[in-house]
Design a protein around this ligand. Sequence first.
Ligand code: FAD
Ligand code: UDP
Length: 373
Amino acid sequence: MVDYLVVGSGLFGCVFAHEMAAKGKSCLVLEKRAHVGGNVYGEEKDGILIHRYGAHIFHTSYEDVWAYVNQFVSFNGYINSPVANYRGHLYNLPFNMNTFRELWDIVTPREAREIIARQRAAVQGEPQNLEEQAISLVGQDIYEKLIKGYTEKQWGRSCTELPAFIIRRLPVRYTFDNNYFNDKYQGIPENGYNSLIEALLDDKDLPGSIEVRTGVDYLPVREAYAGQAGKVVYTGPLDAYFGCRLGRLEYRGLRFETERFDEANHQGVAVMNYTERAVPYTRTIEHKHFMRGNAAIAEKAVTYVTREYPADWKPGDEAYYPVNDQRNQDLVAAYRARAEKEENTIFGGRLAEYKYYDMDDVIKSALERAAQE
Ligand code: FAD
Ligand code: UDP
């Protein structure tokens, strides 16, 4: 008998288990993959930390979350500044004075504002979808070259069928500033995210306990665990918990192809976005550039580059992104109503809440949920 049966060892499950063990409780963490950490898990090759489930850059403005993670690991001060590649021409991201200068050969913020103001006049009233939102933020040229192709391959649907909020994730600035995020704090754990997960799960000084079992899918064996725990903390897909009885939620999938090159520096930047539709991948990640401040790795004549291909998702595939259209939002509301009635069960994290959560939001919500216990 344990106090908490935690299903899933991503950030939500690990932070929650850590906090409950800190309160003297016993936790059993079940993880269906062969390793812990969920999507922040990394692998080391030739000393280079490979982000196995996509590039993860930690960024937050929550003081409490930043203080919390810094108890366990130190961050390397990496600042994300991706470059967009559109038909072989390079543009700085996010959309800022460098991008505007590269596109229009202008010099001042006023010139940039004038061009964008002219181009956004095409959209009247409140933007109703991603296309209208994008044009009203940055105008037609940027929409056509840097947003439309990328977004349509990423989400597998037209920009007119996608919600506006997805594009509002990106800053638009009239300064020469290539920082992809506006958050106060940013970086990557010096020894990778696995070291954060390990610190959360293997803290011998905690009064309670955490046992971890990998390679266990909870759903087919849930009966065997019935009555074995005071509460269940479920971080897997929401619909799967209910046997998909009300219908299936949809996700976007991803496929990663990693190549090793015998050279020190392949693309000169950690993240290059390919914004035209014709290139089948959305971005290429050169992992070593995330290891800011590590001169030995920077100079070493080997590097790994991962191409990230968006993919249609089918049951059984890894669920990467929730699809935020009306059908899925309605279905998720119906499942949430059921989840609220489920006794002694906590639903948390990006899969069980079906939310496009960043890591800091997941940590914050796990801390808040644990504090209520
Ligand atoms: P997950 O990490 O998905 O963990 C859930 C775990 O539960 C998984 O390990 C899964 O195997 C397990 N599980 C599921 N079902 C079962 C079951 N039935 N039985 C047992 N185990 C089960 N955020 C940022 O802040 N910055 C970034 O740069 C960033 N980049 C991203 C890039 C990509 C490609 C993606 C997909 C996400 C990115 N994120 C980023 C978001 C980040 O990955 C999430 O916010 C965070 O990892 C979610 O943690 P979680 O615990 O909710 O879910
Ligand atoms: N986006 C785009 N062009 C880019 C980068 C992003 O159009 O070069 C859009 C795209 O719709 C994407 C969204 O902005 O889904 C959010 O981008 P972000 O980098 O936050 O996506 P994530 O890292 O979560 O995949």
